[in-house]
Every structure is written in C-alpha cells, then in structure tokens.
Design a protein around this ligand. Structure first.
Ligand code: ADP
Length: 248
C-alpha cells in the first residue's frame, strides 16, 4: 500500500458522549478515487464517524489525517470544508424559489468567495463547469425549473451538484437514497460512481439492496468499532456480520 494514494486516514478514533463511547478506536482509510460504503446497524457509530471527519464532532482520542500530513483532528468544520471535505446531510439545503441553474450559480459564486457574482461576469470556464455539472446530475432539461418543483431525488442530485461545484476532494453522504424511487436510487448509484472517478466518496447507507448493487468496498461498524471491511461478498459471507444483522 503506497501512502500517496491514501487521502484520508482515521487512526484509533474514539468519541465519547457523557461517558458513552459512540465510537471506539476506529481505524479507517480512504483512497483517492474510492467509493466506500459505511454500513452497520442503528447506533453503530456511522454518523458519528462522518461527524468526526467533517469536524462537527471532536474525537475524544485518535487522529484524522487528510492527504497524509494535514492533521484535521481539531480543526473547525468550516476550515475542513475549505480544505476540500464536503458533507451532505439528508435534507437538501437548496433554494426552492430559485431555478436549478440559479442554485448552481450560487454554489459557484460561494466557491469564488463572492456571493453576488453577476451572471454577465461569469467566466466562460465557470459556465462550462456549470453546464457539465448540470449534465452529470441529469437536470439539463430542468435548468430553468424552480428547484421547489423537482422530485425528491432530483433535489438531492441538485444539492450534490452544488457541492461538486465547490470542488471537494472528499464527499461525505448520509443515506443519499432515503426516500427515493427505485429508478432514482439506481441513477444515484451511477452518479456516485461517476463522482468517484475524480473524487473520493464515503456513503453511510441503510438500504442494503442499494449497497449490494453499487458497492465495491464496504466498511461494517458495530457498537462503535470496525467489525469487517472488504468486498460486498466478503462482508456478506462473514458470520459476525450476519449475527449483527440477523440477531444471534
Ligand atoms: P449510526 O449512524 O450508526 O446509527 P450514530 O453515530 O448516530 O450511529 O450513533 C452512535 C451512538 O452514539 C448511538 O448510541 C447514539 O445514540 C449515540 N450518540 C450519537 N450522537 C450523540 C450525541 N450528540 N449525544 C449523545 N449520544 C449520541
């Protein structure tokens, strides 16, 4: 394993809430261009791990290293976001009364550090990036729709598109397909694979059919600890994983 290909390294991360260990000595390594699914029963500590990586929760012990040498363990959430780690929560934070295109424009101008970039001043390369993003999230035909009219799945894709315009190197997603139709779920799986061609993605997911269909590598957590890591076949064939999911 060459160090250079590891973009994120969580080392012996522990998180305590009033003495309760939500995460205990968790090790987690993510490669560049990897799409990783983080699974496990309710309360396993998955969301807390995402919270630690994006700086929302400070670990009680352990370290988080970005790109091998940048210690982000005690950094603030906004500083971690600026370094290139983006987090998407379940409820999309899009502007419902603005069009799809305008939502993307805002994300773009936020990236530039200028909120009110005039459309006329948008550089050609920016416009091209936006059009590419629009195509990637499959909303070209709805660019002029008000975002509030989009389906639940389309809203999620719009928010993912907005996040991508900020050029994160790592994208953290919490149950992205919750509430989606089967068709939307499949399109989301394809979208995540397309994103992982350039960036690294971590997905916390409960929908096991979705994981089975789209995961190449899976990390299973249980009671705050790493239970098993490997391909979907390896994970599914593991007795301890079966025990945790089916009960003893
Ligand atoms: P998962 O995402 O795998 O369902 P979580 O990371 O949300 O699990 O939670 C792990 C455990 O930590 C759960 O028992 C949960 O109740 C607890 N927990 C999570 N956040 C807090 C908090 N802010 N305060 C106290 N306990 C918490």
């Amino acid at each position: 394993k060459e160090k250079a290909s590891i973009i994120l390294h969580c080392n012996a991360v522990t998180v305590e809430f009033d003495g309760f260990k939500a995460v205990q000595g968790m090790d987690f390594e993510l490669k560049r261009g990897e799409l990783r699914f983080l699974i496990g029963p309710n309360g396993a500590g998955k969301t807390t791990m995402l919270d630690v990586i994006c700086g929302k929760v400070r670990p009680t012990a352990g370290k988080v290293l970005f790109k091998g040498s940048v210690d982000i363990t005690r950094k603030k959430e906004h500083a971690i976001a600026e370094l290139g780690i983006g987090r998407k929560f379940q409820t999309p934070s899009i502007f419902h009364t603005l069009t799809v295109f305008e939502n993307l424009e805002i994300a773009m101008s936020q990236n530039r550090g200028v909120f009110a970039t005039l459309r006329a001043r948008m550089r050609n390369e920016d416009r091209e990036r936006m059009m590419n993003q629009l195509a990637m999230i499959g909303l070209e035909a709805k660019a002029q729709w008000r975002a509030g009219r989009l389906s639940h799945g389309e809203k999620q894709w719009l928010e993912i598109g907005m996040m991508l315009l900020q050029e994160p190197e790592i994208l953290l997603l919490d149950e992205p397909v919750a509430g989606m139709t089967d068709k939307e779920t499949d399109k989301t799986g394809e979208l995540l694979h397309a994103i992982a061609k350039k960036r690294s993605v971590v997905v916390v997911e409960h929908d096991m059919e979705f994981v089975r269909n789209f995961a190449s590598k899976v990390t299973v957590m249980h009671e705050g600890k790493l239970l098993k890591e490997g391909s979907m076949d390896e994970v599914q064939g593991d007795d301890r994983v079966a025990e945790v999911y089916l009960g003893k």
